[in-house]
Structure formats: C-alpha cells, structure tokens
Design a protein around this ligand. Structure first.
Ligand code: S3P
Length: 436
C-alpha cells in the first residue's frame, strides 16, 4: 500500500469533457486467471492498471506464469494449462482485493500444492467462510483464522462438483466455486438468490470451456481445456459511476463517458439515477469482447429522492456509496434497504458513508441494511474514508457542491481500482487538491 494521502475537494466548475475511465476490475482479474490456466498465449487490452489487479498478476507470476506488459493497460500471458501452476512457499499477497482472494481460493483449491493467501488490513477483516464453506463441500481443505484471512489452501485434494444455492448474492463466491469446478469430478452448479455479474461464465465460454448459464444459474463440469483468447476489457462502469453522479448534480455539466461496460448486472445505478430524474443517454451501444458497451452522455438535471427498489441493489452494489451522495443533495428523502452486504465491503460502507455525510452536515439515519437520507446542502468538513477507495471518490464528488472544502482522509487506496482518478477529475472541472 502507498503512504497516507489526504485530499481536499473544493467547489467545482460545470463538468465538461469526453472521458474514458480505466478498465473493468472484475473483467481484468478474471482475464488474468483464465489466461494463466489456458493453453497458449492471450493478449489482454484495456487491462486495469490498479493495485488490486496488479496484485493478482503478481500472484500468478509467483505461481510460475509468464506475464509481459508490452504497454500500459496491456498484458500478454503465456498460459501454463490447467495443471501447469507451480507452488511456492511464499505467501501470495492479494493486497486490498476481495475478488482476487476469493477467486484465487477457488482456483488454488484444485491444485496439487499448498498455498497461503494474505491481504492488507482491510482484506484481513473480510469474511471468507462464504467461499471456504462451499469449497469444503467440494472436498477442498482451506484453513482460515476464524473465518478471516490468511487462507491456507491445502493442495492435493480430490474435488467433486456440488449443486449449491448461494445464501447471499455474490459473484465472487459463485466464481470461486466455478473455478474450483474446473478441477472437480462431475458437475458444479450454482444457483443465486438474485443474478450477479456473469463475467466468469462469459469468459469461460470465450476460452472454450463448456458451460451452461443464464441469469441466476451456472453449471459446468470439470476437466476440460481452456484455450488462449484475447480479451478486450471495457471501461469500468463502477469508475464511470462517480462521473455519472458528479455531472448529474453539478449545474451546467455535460460529460461524455466512452466505451463503458454495460453488463446488465452492473447498471443498477443508471436506473436508480434515472428514477431520481437524471438525464443520462446511452449511445452507440455495441458488443466488445462479448460484453455490451456504450457511450454515456450525462447532463445536469435536478434530482429528487426515491425509495430505491431493492431489486436494483445487487446490480449496483459497488455504486451505493456514490448514490448516497446523490441522495444527500437531492430534493426530499431517499430510502435504501436490502443492502446489508455493504457492511462487509472494503469498509462497512453504511457506517462509513453515514459518518462521512454527517461530518459534512447531511441528515442520514443508518439502518441495519441501508439508510434514510434527507437531501439538503452539504457543508465543509473532514471525512474518514477508512482506506476505502469508493468512499474517498464519493466524497470527492460531494465536494463539488459543498459550501466549503471537504477534507478526505486516507485516499491512497483509490489506486486499487481507479489510478488517475485525481487527474481525470481535475481535468473535467473538479477542484481536488492534496491536503497537507
Ligand atoms: C465482484 C463482485 C462483487 C463486487 C466486487 C467485485 C467480482 O462482490 O462488490 O467489487 O468481481 O466478482 P460480491 O461478490 O461480494 O458481491
């Protein structure tokens, strides 16, 4: 992790410009893992140069995978085949990345060798039984520290497929099971309470692995072969989200966001903002690398509070912090329910957002699974991000409209998912400075 970095977000200008935000984090992680296990050489373009995805690349390199970086945002990977990874006695450091650790837990459960997965302070507090319990049902042996990292994954276990209904909607858990399923005897089937992002399924199919999937359901059997495939990573909707809210709330704004990934399991925020009165057009819808992408044109519009439909929550799980900001400056009350998963993200995002919004004068009542937010005017104040990248960027957006500067403590982890946010934001009308 980089050293401590604080920002100040000051009143901004109307936002203008044509931006391309960095590559999708979920797709970048998966492209590395599948390319590593494939036969042949895969070229990834649009790869997210974030700390999370680089940590996954470093882990795979430690496991003997040759990965080249011909240019920024590109990786060329020599796949070692399903059984070609080499064990190491060194701990494998996933940094801040829950996705990296949980997916790798599934992938490593099927190897002949032991591995130890570790993470930073935040990742070390995140629940892992959601993956280790169903993996144990498949025959895996993984030790946790009372359900938390480090994970010690025992090799040499014979895995068998299971039919598993997820207790919580989680693409990470689903993906861990599917990756373990590549090594298992028989069929692995995952059923979800609400459909989650299906990148693992789509990408397995693109790499030639037989898989049946539809929203909320995936089934594969083990012991086939992955064939090297080039991957074009779309721009990350979750990174675009900060600019969607920023341009919506900042009078006089018009922002164009190009080639944004529009997988329907990611676009809940678009629907929520439209329900609040936002003016967001999607143009030039197309397919890129098997994923829907489009250009977004976001214009300022007066927003009003809503009762957020609970069905949208899983499709915007990473965008809720910035929705809290939209709600805090909208007219009237916004009610968010069914979002208890926010409590086990990089920070407890309900508590962190509630404390931060209160610190800048907003009226917010925290509930166990959401919040009631009364729209109004934001004031100057100091916000603690708890090292959570999405909290830091959300309050950078809040600063655009606040009556005085918002100081945001501990912003270095923005680099986990959105390197260059500071410069991109300042280039289109934000006034972000580094605080002393
Ligand atoms: C992700 C799934 C989501 C999301 C995370 C990325 C993925 O987590 O919050 O940022 O790439 O599969 P859950 O699986 O815990 O819902």
């Amino acid at each position: 992790m980089s050293s401590r970095l604080d920002w100040q977000s000051h009143a901004g200008q109307p936002l203008r410009g044509n931006l391309r935000v960095p590559g999708d984090k979920s797709v970048s992680h998966r492209s590395l893992m599948l390319a590593a296990l494939a036969e042949g050489r895969s070229h990834i373009r649009g790869f997210l140069e974030g700390e999370d995805t680089r940590a996954t690349a470093a882990v795979l390199a430690q496991l003997g995978v040759h990965i080249e970086t011909p240019a920024d945002g590109e990786r060329v990977i020599e796949g070692v085949g399903l059984h070609g990874l080499r064990g190491t006695t060194h701990a494998l450091d996933c940094g801040n990345a829950g996705t990296g650790m949980r997916l790798l837990a599934g992938l490593l459960a099927g190897q002949a060798f032991d591995s130890t997965l570790i993470g930073d302070e935040s990742l070390s507090k995140r629940p892992m039984r959601r993956v280790t319990d169903p993996l144990a049902q498949m025959g895996a042996k993984i030790d946790t520290q009372d359900g938390l990292p480090p994970l010690h994954v025992h090799g040499g276990q014979n895995l068998h497929g299971i039919h598993y209904t997820l207790p919580v909607a989680s693409a990470q858990v689903k993906s861990a099971l599917l990756l373990a399923g590549l090594y298992a005897e028989g069929e692995t089937e995952v059923i979800e309470p609400h459909p989650t992002r299906d990148y693992t399924e789509r990408m397995l199919a693109a790499f030639g692995w037989p898989i049946v999937f539809k929203p909320g359901f995936a089934r594969l059997s083990g012991k086939h072969t992955l064939r090297a495939t080039d991957v074009d990573v779309p721009a990350d909707f979750s990174s675009a989200a900060f600019f969607m809210v920023a341009a919506s709330i900042m009078p006089g704004s018009e922002l164009h966001l190009s080639a944004v990934g529009l997988n329907p399991r990611r676009t809940g925020l678009l629907h929520a903002l439209r329900l609040m009165g936002a003016d967001i057009r999607v143009e030039n819808e197309r397919e890129s690398g098997g994923e829907p992408v489009g250009d977004l044109i976001v214009r300022h519009a007066p927003l009003h509070g809503i009762e957020l439909p609970e069905a949208l929550v899983p499709d915007m799980i990473d965008e809720l912090p910035v929705l809290f900001i939209a709600a805090a400056v909208a007219k009237g009350q916004t009610v968010i329910r069914g979002a208890a998963e926010l409590r086990v993200k990089e920070s407890d995002r309900i508590a962190t957002m509630a404390a931060g919004l209160r610190a800048v004068g907003a009226a917010i009542e925290e509930t166990p699974d959401g919040a009631l937010i009364q729209g109004g005017t934001l004031s100057a104040g100091t916000v603690v991000s708890h090292g959570d990248h999405r909290i830091a960027m959300s309050f950078a957006v809040a600063g655009l409209l606040a009556q005085g500067p918002i100081r945001i403590n501990d912003c270095s982890n923005v680099a986990t998912s959105f390197p260059g946010f500071f410069e991109l934001a300042n280039g289109c009308g934000f006034t972000l400075t580094q605080a002393d």
